[in-house]
Design a protein around this ligand. Sequence first.
Ligand code: FES
Ligand SMILES: [Fe+2]
Length: 432
Amino acid sequence: MATNLRDLLRSRKPGKSLPQEFYTDWRLFREDLRRVFHGNWIFAGHSCEVPEPGDYFILPVGEEELVVLRDKEGGLRAHFNVCRHRGSRIVAEPCGNTRALVCPYHQWVYGLDGRLTGARLMGAGFDKHEYRLRSGHVRELAGLIFVCLSPGEATPDFDAAVADIEPQLRPHGLDRAKVAVRDSYEVRANWKVLVENNRECYHCRVSHPEFCMSNYDLGLPGDSRSDEGYDNALEREYARWRELGLRPREVNFPGGDPYRVSRLPLKEDYLTESLDGRLVAPLMGELTDPRVGSLRIITLPNLWAHANCDYAVTTRLLPIGPELTRVDVCFLVREDAVEGEDFDPDRVAAVWRATSEQDWELCENNHAGIKSVAYEPGPFSEMTEGSVEAFAQWYLDQLHDTATKTRHVPDATTYLYEPEPSARPELDAKGA
Ligand code: FES
Ligand SMILES: [Fe+2]
């Protein structure tokens, strides 16, 4: 067994799955948190979950917790859930609405902007201005909220992802949606096992009967299989989508940046990812024609999403330990859709609930086998698993000391930063 990170990185053979320690070792898991989850933009949730000032939800990222909230000016904030007095967690409920953040220990009071507004019995020399809550960066992308825990001057670029994804996602109106269904899971597998599973459709035909009713299991990067029916559908649908003004464009990890967006056709007779091909909810956003296929988005390390004409589904990964991952699968419909009249939650969730749960079972089986003394890294298929290799290389790049110039690997002393007070929330992200 390799004894340090450098030896482990050297021991990995390109084209094969990762050595066992990458999936099971606590030290590696801490590196994953520090370099991958604290050093990149991660998906936090949906802007429609915090529509009003004071609305918040807790985002757990390893041992960190952020309070993601809407402030009085309507901006989004992500404060560390750590009191500046002696470090207590401040907010206990996973979501809610509040006018201020009050620490339950000695009742220090913070405004929604993170400023300390009240600290009783601290004496005359105490300066409240020195004890603002620590905060991460926040960006909204067409209704999706991303946060970054990196210090301001070193935040990875996110503008390119916004520029590529936003125009394609915006017509789906995720910022004017609501969460119709939320399925949460704790999957007994390393988070990378889940991403690897997502990056290939080698397993789809046998494992995902519901998914394969409406979806081709082709068209993924790193998968060289082709099919005349699929190629024809792609050409025909691209022409239609252009006419609809949807600006379809496949963008696939450009220059190694950790995101992909692609609108893909659904099978004939399927207007959405449903069991019978019929809509399961009213058209979303600005869409006027249901034949928009399915817009697929992935941002590493922790989001994949499909936006259909009538609903969208997002999958958020949050690592808990090397062998345990929390997953939240949210189904969004337009905000004015009425449950029981316009949609049945079980119909909305039918395809992706089945597909997700099939994947979690595959991942738990995969992880259990990886733990065996009989496990050794096995070969990826050159025909179908090119994207799994691409993910492995991206991941390993995060761990290498020679990080790219746009990345910053925070250490314990620098990954927190304190924004300057500002009237404009977006300017609080110093240098972002
Ligand atoms: S730890 Fe929060 S007020 Fe004391
Ligand atoms: Fe799958």
